[in-house]
Design a protein around this ligand. Sequence first.
Ligand code: TTP
Ligand code: MG
Length: 348
Amino acid sequence: MERIILHLDMDAFFAQIEEKRNPRFKGKPIVVGADPKNGKGRGVVSTANYEARKYGIRSALPISEAWRRCPTAVFLPPDMEFYGKISSRIMDIVKKYSPQWEVVGVDEAYSDLSSLKDWREAESAAVKIKKEILEKENLTSTAGIGPNKLIAKMASQAAKPDGLLVVTLDQTDGFLEPLDIENLPGVGPKTAGKLRALGINKIKELKLLPMESLRALYGKTGEMIYQRALGMDESPVTSEEVVKSIGKEHTFDEDTRDPEIIFGTFENLIKRVYGEISENNFHFRNITVVCRFLGFETHTKAKTLKEISREFKILRSEAKKLLLRFLVENPKPVRLIGLRVKIARCID
Ligand code: TTP
Ligand code: MG
């Protein structure tokens, strides 16, 4: 049966909230993230509003670089408690429009609108959701509608900010083909590099590659890329609150190789991550450790457990093993360490 899926994503979420709660910031570039410390700050940008993006400031950019690009921007620390409350109220609005919804992280949600009569009705539901969020929270959002989650999400990305784009099943090929390969979720700069070397830049070109070639290049991920290039995605809207992950990280004031400092800090991160896990009654299965070395060189190592777990001891021993591997393999001084676990909480 044909499906109609909506994807909603808030525009420059943290930064827009700050902009709207402080009217004097209106129209100014706003950067939410680590303390820039007059250009000496060592953390990263969480997000920037669209005004600040004109200077090339975006999520994950070193905060020192953001400062260099626009020292006159308003720099603010994240206020997660406040953003979380607004997020819940926004998600309550989305949930009213269909019993089948899926909240992803803090500012994104899917809704399965297949029970509506047609695409036009789905479009008018999206208009209503956007309007209600604007009226109640004074925040703009962007909606994408497609025959599956993949196309809905790509449609919302294409329509940002404050947009609405409907891509019907018949329009899917025409929508996808002219897009760059990096617009496809799952194709990042690294993956794209190999394809570009083969002269493949547009999804139109990617589509022509046989699945075998993609599998040879990327293994199992290749199969997923193949499906996505054809606009195919069968994954259901799960009626779950997918807390994407719980993660904590620490940037050292100075790069270090001191095991006492590194493991002492890590122990603390493990406890903080576990604190949130147990507080929310979560389980985890996938554990990721991030290590950023001198020169901003950043790597991740992950472990997927055979079974889901909620045990502190398991989290601690697996996380430590991953961190140790980093330190054995790479002799450079360490700038940042982080720990993240993937989590799913079923709420029905
Ligand atoms: P996004 O939806 O990826 O970004 P955004 O809402 O700021 O901007 P837009 O959707 O218009 O492109 O992420 C939602 C929030 O999550 C974002 O406001 C801040 C936070 N975030 C981080 O803290 N670090 C990150 O690297 C990213 C990507 C997001
Ligand atoms: Mg967003």
